[in-house]
Design a protein around this ligand. Structure first.
Ligand code: GLU
Length: 307
């Protein structure tokens, strides 16, 4: 195990004073919800409601080339059908560009950003991690990607389910992209700024986002924002390394039996729902799940094979 100086280990539990709970589910509208997305939605919903918290829904529509027309509405309808009702208005990231631009300007004025002309192929040739070669070039932002100059990367953090997570130090110190060459805001910038702006106290999501968490925490620290707690749920996989995803056409849960699928998601999350629960109305299933929710029963692993 890598030895990390204690000062570089972020433990949100000790960094933050107790505040009313605000959680969120943040789907990208690139297709309908599948079983894997239901696990993230249900897990974040139950963790929020069992902590008497608010559960927000944010549509992460900042990558039009990957989006499917109408997927946002379909996702919201499916959440409602599954009894997962959100608090407050739904936030659309496409409407938050003023916030992203404002912070980008602030970081630029602090000398923490620079333009980069390297293509993906060039970086691959350098071994896959960006070396910072454009730092001194003073290129113009136009038609180039904007990177954050990472002075002190986060190399480890505590996840409430996965425990202490260590990040490859080279990756932790990589200057990552915050605005893409095509002018689109990068996921790490947008997600971090929205989590700060919406006052999220705990992020519950799939373990595929474990690595980017270190970058998001680093950005929060740079902006002097409080760091939320993190819970990364096991990913639903068909066999090791094969997660269900929109890209591999996992079936939509909108076409499945709602009660049975919810029961399966609760079982996947280790909650041991009684067999008879599946015959109850959906509202009763959700009530049972809130009343019996125990985070510690969820498997402490990044992947779990679907049975
Ligand atoms: N929008 C991301 C996705 O659908 C999730 C972002 C997050 O939960 O931080 O994969």
């Amino acid at each position: 195990m890598t030895l990390v100086p204690a000062s570089r280990i972020v433990n949100p539990e000790t960094d933050r004073q107790s505040k009313p709970y605000i959680g969120r589910f943040a789907p990208s509208p690139s297709g309908p919800l599948h079983f894997g997305s239901l696990v993230a939605a249900l897990g974040s919903y139950l963790q929020a409601k069992a902590n008497q918290g608010q559960w927000l829904v944010r549509i992460e529509d900042i990558d039009p080339p990957r989006e499917v027309a109408g997927a946002d509405k379909a996702i919201l309808t499916t959440l409602e059908q599954y009894g997962l009702t959100w608090d407050g208005p739904v936030r659309y990231q496409s409407q938050q560009t003023e916030l992203y631009e404002q912070v980008l300007t602030q970081l630029r004025e602090q000398g923490l950003t620079y333009a980069c002309q390297c293509t993906r192929a060039m970086i691959k040739q350098q071994g896959g991690l960006y070396s910072g070669s454009c730092r001194q070039l003073a290129l113009t932002d136009k038609n180039n990607a904007i990177r954050l100059h990472v002075e002190q990367g986060v190399t480890a953090f505590i996840d409430k389910l996965q425990g202490q997570v260590f990040i490859n130090p080279d990756m932790a110190h990589e200057d990552f992209i915050i605005k893409r060459k095509d002018g689109l805001y990068a996921y790490n910038l947008a997600v971090t700024l929205d989590d700060i702006d919406q006052g999220i106290t705990e992020v519950v999501r799939g373990a595929d986002l474990l690595e980017p968490t270190a970058r998001q925490i680093g950005l929060m620290q740079l902006l002097n924002a409080p760091v939320p707690d993190y819970v990364h749920l096991p990913l639903a996989v068909t066999k090791p390394g094969f997660k269900l995803s929109k890209q591999n056409h996992a079936p939509s849960i909108a076409d499945q039996d709602i009660r049975q699928t919810t029961w399966r998601a609760l079982a996947f999350l280790g909650q041991q729902p009684p067999p008879a629960l599946v015959h109850e109305p959906q509202t009763n299933i959700i009530h049972w799940a809130i009343a019996h929710w125990q985070l510690k029963k969820v498997a402490h692993q990044t992947e779990q094979i679907l049975s």
